[in-house]
Design a protein around this ligand. Structure first.
Ligand code: SF4
Length: 192
């Protein structure tokens, strides 16, 4: 009996192709797709994971905290390990704003404009006491918390925060993105 006479014969390699003693069993090819929603959920998780691992910060600093932010991107602390080494000089190419330093009242409209020029989705880290609440500068010249002009996702305390603290805050933001948590409300666009 030749091969031409055996069209209906079972594939002798099928048991090996489905499962081997070195691999976990694969799903049979004819398994039913029970729910397309599960697939969509997984795609959204994949997208969130990709976003969390490829954040591009806007390239600007406001005061002494920016020195620590620069250190976080240098070789010793190396923010590139988390996929965020690409500081972008154009806000249109950035999706993360690290507010590093005190925000003067004169500078506030500029910070807000940079934020507005960043494409969605975007996130904000407030780095240090000055950016978060005015710090020691409790006076009329400094915005008493940058969350009064832009929505802040993560606050990093300290004066100045160390690069490790910034990296920890950055990791917290990555986890937030992976969980699909929304941005806080925009203080300049109050909801009705
Ligand atoms: S928190 Fe401290 S280090 Fe950071 S900008 Fe303010 S004074 Fe400078």
């Amino acid at each position: 009996m030749g091969l031409i006479d055996e069209p209906l014969r079972m594939n002798p390699w099928e048991p090996v192709q489905i499962t081997t003693n070195t691999q976990t069993p694969r799903m049979p090819r004819n398994v039913e797709n029970h729910s397309a929603n599960i697939l969509l959920t997984q795609v959204s998780k994949l997208v969130d994971w990709g976003r969390s691992q490829s954040l591009w910060p806007a390239l600007f600093g406001l005061a002494c905290c920016a020195i620590e932010m620069m250190a976080a991107s240098a070789s010793r602390f190396d923010i590139a390990r988390f996929g965020a080494e690409v500081f972008r000089a154009s806000p249109r190419q950035a999706d993360l704003m690290i507010v590093a330093g005190r925000v003067s009242v004169k500078m506030a409209p500029v910070v807000r404009q940079i934020y507005d020029q960043m494409p969605d989705p975007k996130w904000v880290i407030s780095m240090g006491a000055c950016a978060s609440c005015g710090g020691v500068f409790n006076n009329y010249a400094i915005v008493q918390g940058v969350d009064k002009i832009i929505p802040v996702d993560i606050f990093v305390p300290g004066c100045p925060p160390t690069p490790e603290m910034l990296l920890y805050g950055f990791n917290q933001l990555q986890e937030k993105i992976r969980q699909g948590l929304p941005n806080p409300p925009d203080p300049m666009r109050p909801t009705a």
